[in-house]
Design a protein around this ligand. Structure first.
Ligand SMILES: Cc1ncc(COP(=O)(O)O)c(C=O)c1O
Length: 414
């Protein structure tokens, strides 16, 4: 749920690129249920298969055909995925992936980016939004609980490093190599909505370092799989050991997935008795999500990803014009179907840079804009525009005009 004050917008219905709330406002949807609706709302083929499947089989403890078909599709497309298991969310996927990596590496500690988001598992939530007064030295960042009550013993299992700083990342992993067996990163960058992207060189260095130190590298592609037909890993040509997926692969229904090379995935194998990692769940691989996911993913042929990139570029060019026309300090950063409007002085390269550039003026404008855009007919999350195949050129042009009006209103309100 997207929390807005004084109360959330209650959704009533949606169609294609538009969503209507309970007050009767219809807006262009640039959130697309946190990036899970790659085709926008109510895609005909997806709705049809869900209706057919609901009448045939809602859920069962036995695997069903759609699970195999979705698994085969992911194995064919995603370079690191030779085998795959399904669950119900991206959070669950990362939790299970960490278990697999620990069992495979034999080491319990996990390393992740300071400021990185991987869902609601408390180990991975730590230091998601640390403040400058507590974050400690750059080459040894303090691990800070995200929620009250998080056990200290859990925090001791986490090690942090900064995005796009190869030398420090190498030094931190080298120093902790006897205890860290797993490194997890969203290969698109810092975390959702921040607009802070990973350099390819950094990802390549991370791959080389983890390989050399015998660590399992997990790419969390729950969000970033939408970057290309073969995910971000295919686009940058860097293959992790494990990939976690979710969001778009469920076609709008709940889903998570863990995929990887046969050797790592063998920890789940029941071929030789008790598996090293036992994985099951009431709704794992449920036929509704599998059917919707397979149908949505089948429609995402390479040309569709190219179309999304063209759409993202049209939006990016227009938003840059909007900044110039309204004399607003800022940047527009784009990766395929993801476009961010930033009000910072420069383009941030890591969490601390992003945090430091959030001056009170920048933060106030960033906080104000989603509301002003909502008044102008746009549904936008944290000034990030998440595209879908339902969005037309006309929607993009209307969006650019609406953002321009919102920027003018923001300036007048200053
Ligand atoms: C990179 C990343 N990983 C994991 C998650 C968690 O996925 P879910 O909300 O399905 O648990 C998200 C959600 O936004 C995400 O962006």
């Amino acid at each position: 749920m997207l929390v807005t004050k004084p109360h959330p917008f209650y959704a009533l219905s949606a169609e294609g690129s538009y969503i209507t709330d309970a007050d009767g406002w219809t807006r262009i949807d640039w959130v697309n249920n946190f990036a899970s609706l790659i085709h926008g709302h109510n895609k005909r083929e997806v709705v049809e298969i869900i209706s057919q499947q609901a009448a045939r089989l809602l859920s069962a403890t036995m695997p069903a055909e759609w699970e195999v078909r979705l698994a085969e599709l992911l194995v064919e497309r995603i370079p690191s995925v030779e085998q795959v298991r399904f669950m119900n969310s991206g959070t669950e996927a990362n939790l299970i992936a960490i278990k697999a990596a620990r069992a495979f590496s034999g080491k319990s500690k996990v390393a992740k980016l300071e400021g990185g988001y991987h869902g609601q598992y408390d180990l991975l939530e730590a230091s998601y939004v640390p403040s400058a007064d507590r974050w400690g030295a750059r080459d040894c960042p303090a691990v800070l609980a995200h929620n009250s009550g998080t056990p200290k013993s859990l925090l001791d299992e986490l090690v942090l490093f900064a995005l796009n700083d190869i030398a420090t990342m190498r030094e931190i992993l080298r120093r902790n190599a006897s205890e860290v067996g797993t490194v997890i990163i969203d290969p698109s960058g810092l975390s959702l909505g921040t607009g802070v992207y990973a350099d390819r060189e950094f990802l390549a260095a991370l791959r080389e370092t983890t390989e050399r130190l015998g660590m399992v590298l997990i790419f969390d592609e729950v969000w970033s799989l939408r970057s290309g037909y073969r995910g971000t890993q295919g686009a940058v040509g860097i293959t992790p050991d494990i990939t976690t997926m979710g969001k778009m692969i469920g076609g709008g229904l709940p889903i998570g997935a863990v995929g990887g090379k046969r050797d790592v995935m063998s920890v789940f194998s029941v071929d030789e008795g008790e598996p090293k990692v036992k994985h099951s769940g009431t709704f794992t691989g449920n036929p509704m999500s599998m059917a919707a996911g397979f149908t949505a993913m089948s429609l995402m042929v390479p040309e569709m990803f190219e179309m999304l990139a063209v759409q993202g570029q049209r939006l990016t060019d227009g938003l840059r014009r909007a900044l110039t026309d309204t004399n607003t300090q800022g940047h527009v950063v784009n990766r395929g179907s993801m476009t961010n409007l930033l009000f910072t002085e420069g383009i941030p390269v890591d969490y601390r840079d992003l945090y430091t550039q959030q001056t009170p003026t920048v933060a106030a404008l960033a906080a104000k804009m989603p509301k002003l855009m909502a008044t102008e007919g746009l549904h936008v999350l944290r000034n990030m525009f998440v595209g879908s195949t339902a969005i037309s050129d006309d929607d993009v042009d209307q969006t650019i005009a609406a953002v321009t009006r919102a920027l003018v209103a923001a300036r007048e309100a200053r």
